[in-house]
Design a protein around this ligand. Structure first.
Ligand code: FAD
Ligand code: NAI
Length: 475
């Protein structure tokens, strides 16, 4: 065998698995086909190239733009006219992406992972392992005892409406628009729709979001979703729920995209937009892998079938990240990648989906870990809830960002924390404390008794814990 392990895909699931396996002494090759504009390798997958990293770069830049234009006066800072240099903003985003691509190539070298830039496919099952064929930029045939499939996901299109990435956009096109569209349509009020909708609204687009479900952000705690809807609407996002798309007519050259849809009451509506983003979920990416050559099964939705430990039904072949069941999140993919590498080295790791945090990087940010109040109710679990508004937090007032609250849910009798939900400033960072607490099976009382620095936003977490016992001190 050439290697102990071949990892197919260098997204967060794959590259992290490759590095961890190499740290544990395995001989590892990692193959990825993503290319940068000049044809060179761009490891990091969806996350680095057209996902987490560039979207957060654009969210940051657009938030600065909005703040400078509208949020400085209350601090006593007068700003003259503010001008957008979109080309420069996009160039910065691309530079951030490039730094991450280069960082991964460096990490491969440092950990002695052999990286191949090309497309991988299963060629055959051979004695004691598998043969993988690499085509494209680099060509090779490699053998290994184990293979991890970490090929990620791709955007789901509306039936009959192809992405041209100029007028009908997936996340890829929506991160690279060269001009702010006057009118932007978004189909799907999920995570991508809300984050990218926020970016282009801040930069000046009139954004309409069309969502099929009658409920907004159904995965979030209902109270958080309600507050989010209020804030996004106030900011100018036109979010329409319960719609049924009837027709999308992509633009003739440079013309608008025309949509027909039924609104929540069933009345027919039309909409014309200069750019339409379709963000209705993502599909597992297994094309061209030739899984059938080795007998790896996919389910009816195309996900590679694995057990709780990421084993496929073929001993020696594993799969992690977006290509398998579970939340499509970079940190979930990473945890699975690490766990498989450690299992190969004889360790016994475990990934608990209940403590995987969710973050939506809008303004206000939304983050949660564990169960929602509606899920606890549906399960008939006896719980107590405590909330604390950022309005009553000194640091939030000093920041000038008092939107939202922290809400903690704890078991009624044992006081174990069952879920924490944050909407407000730096929710993405605050949620880490809740994830740690839940991993340690902490009680609300534990958080309530821990000394939190003053003045910090984290005091809102402590106060929410106190509030589960009706003893918040500052509200
Ligand atoms: P991917 O990152 O998709 O990587 C798979 C890699 O495998 C790709 O490079 C692909 O080209 C390569 N590949 C596929 N087939 C082959 C083959 N046959 N041969 C060689 N290479 C192959 N998640 C978060 O946690 N936080 C966020 O803020 C966040 N923001 C996002 C924003 C957007 C706009 C999008 C689209 C996604 C976002 N996500 C976010 C989700 C996150 O990007 C994914 O969950 C994550 O990238 C999954 O990692 P992965 O390793 O499974 O797959
Ligand atoms: P999503 O699942 O978050 O949202 C898709 C939305 O589209 C849903 O609300 C769904 O009801 C709606 N929808 C589906 N079909 C529709 C139709 N025909 N008409 C109108 N609405 C329709 O998926 P999204 O936003 O595409 O993102 C994919 C995944 O990427 C997310 O689930 C998430 O896992 C990941 N992601 C994570 C981010 C983060 O962690 N901050 C940021 C962006 C993406």
């Amino acid at each position: 065998m050439d290697h102990d392990l071949i990892v197919i895909g260098a997204g967060p699931g794959g590259y992290i698995a490759a590095i961890r396996a190499a740290q544990l002494g395995l001989s590892v090759a990692c193959i990825d086909d993503w290319s940068r504009d000049d044809g060179g390798p761009a490891p990091g997958g969806t996350c680095t190239n057209v996902g987490c990293i560039p979207s957060k770069a654009m969210l940051q830049s657009s938030e600065h733009y909005e703040h400078v234009a509208h949020g400085m006066a209350e601090h006593g800072i007068e700003v003259g006219s503010v001008k957008l240099d979109l080309a420069r903003m996009l160039a910065r985003k691309q530079q951030v992406v490039r730094q991450n691509n280069d960082g991964i190539l460096y990490l491969f070298k440092k950990n002695k992972v052999k990286f191949l830039h090309g497309r991988a496919a299963f060629a055959a099952q051979v004695d004691g392992g598998f043969e993988i064929e690499v085509s494209g930029a680099e060509q090779a045939r490699l053998r290994a005892r184990h293979v991890i499939v970490a090929t990620g996901s791709r955007p789901r299109a509306l039936p009959g409406v192809e992405f041209d990435e100029k007028r009908v956009l997936s996340n890829t096109g929506a991160l690279a628009l060269q001009k702010v569209p006057e009118r932007m349509g978004i189909i799907g009020a999920g995570v991508i729709g809300l984050e990218m909708g926020s970016v282009w609204r801040r930069l000046g687009a009139k954004v309409t979001v069309l969502e099929a479900l009658p409920e907004f952000l159904g995965a979030a705690d209902a109270q958080v979703a309600k507050e989010a809807m209020k804030q996004f609407t106030r900011q100018g996002l036109d979010i329409q729920l319960g719609v049924k798309i009837a027709e999308v007519k992509p633009a003739a050259k440079n013309g608008p995209v025309k949509l027909r849809y039924a609104d929540a009451k069933g009345a027919e509506q039309t909409l014309e937009v200069d750019a339409l983003m379709v963000s209705i979920g993502r599909l597992p990416h297994t094309e061209g892998l030739q899984l059938d050559k080795v007998g790896v099964k996919t389910d009816e939705r195309g996900f590679v079938v694995v057990d709780g430990d990421c084993r496929t039904e073929v001993p020696g072949i594993w799969a992690v990240g977006d290509v398998v069941r579970g939340p499509m999140l970079a940190h979930k993919a990473e945890e699975e990648g690490v766990a498989v590498a450690e299992r190969l080295a004889g360790q016994k790791p475990h990934v608990d989906f209940n403590t995987v945090p969710w973050v939506i990087y809008t303004s206000p940010e939304i983050a949660w870990v564990g169960q929602t109040e509606q899920a606890l109710k549906a399960a008939g679990r006896a719980y107590k809830a405590g909330s604390f508004p950022f309005m009553a937090n000194g640091r939030a007032r000093a920041l000038g960002d008092t939107t939202g609250f922290v809400k903690m849910l704890a078991d009624a009798s044992t006081d174990e924390i069952l879920g924490v939900h944050v909407i407000g400033p730096l929710a993405s960072e605050l949620i880490a404390e809740a994830a740690v607490a839940m991993e340690f099976k902490a009680s609300a009382e534990d958080i309530a008794r821990i000394c939190h620095a003053h003045p910090t936003l984290s005091e809102a977490m402590k106060e929410a814990a106190l509030a589960t016992d009706s003893r918040a001190l500052n509200f």
